[in-house]
Design a protein around this ligand. Structure first.
Ligand code: FE2
Length: 195
């Protein structure tokens, strides 16, 4: 199936201000407790949260809008959120594995500085709660060194989906959602809890 997603698309208001700031605080707490802990693509990041229990709540909320933008049915795959400060970068890369469709969301931040993210020739600067939807497996993306005001801290989320009718769906659905069948089967959460 052809996707509508030829170029990265900026989407306003994917997440509420409150949820965006919740994740900023969550990441700041984790950093305060555990100290610096980056990952291979952002070694200087202050910390990373990748537990699905936190990220799936976000993916469930944005799922419909991501599908509408891409123009086909998708399944949530996985995600993580990073906390950054000035001088941090994001290595140039394309996404691997169960990450056909990527959503980068600007979470909370301490100052109104928009740290640009590059997708090929395009540059995006995002308000809190706004995102970029892209075929991250097909287009290089990265961030140049963060240059915000003194003391600047920013939280970013990267969330990934796979095509419901694509080659990755079986592995994704079989392994990933064993604890949350309401996501896999699109059962209303209320029905799942009461059953
Ligand atoms: Fe990426």
């Amino acid at each position: 199936m052809m996707s509508d997603l030829v170029h990265p698309v900026k989407i306003d208001g994917l997440l509420s201000q409150e949820m965006s700031k919740y994740f900023l605080r969550l990441l700041m707490f984790k950093h305060a407790i555990e100290g610096n802990a980056g990952d291979p693509l952002a070694t200087q990041a202050l910390t990373v949260v990748s537990h699905p229990m936190f990220l799936d709540v976000v993916m469930e909320q944005i799922w419909g809008r991501v599908e509408d933008t891409v123009g086909e049915a998708l399944y949530p795959s996985y995600g993580y959120a990073r906390l950054h400060c000035n001088g941090n970068t994001l290595e140039r890369h394309s996404d691997k594995g169960f990450s056909e469709i990527s959503v980068t969301i600007q979470l909370g931040r301490t100052h109104d500085y928009r740290w640009p993210i590059h997708y090929g020739d395009e540059v995006f600067e995002l308000d809190e709660g706004c995102g970029v939807i892209a075929e991250g497996s097909k287009i290089d993306h990265w961030r140049e060194p963060c240059g915000g005001p003194d003391g600047y801290i920013t939280a970013q989320a990267s969330l990934f989906f796979v095509r419901a009718n694509g080659l990755l769906t079986r592995s994704n659905g079989d392994g990933r959602f064993s604890y949350m069948p309401f996501v896999k089967d699109r059962v209303e959460l209320q029905d799942f809890v009461s059953s």
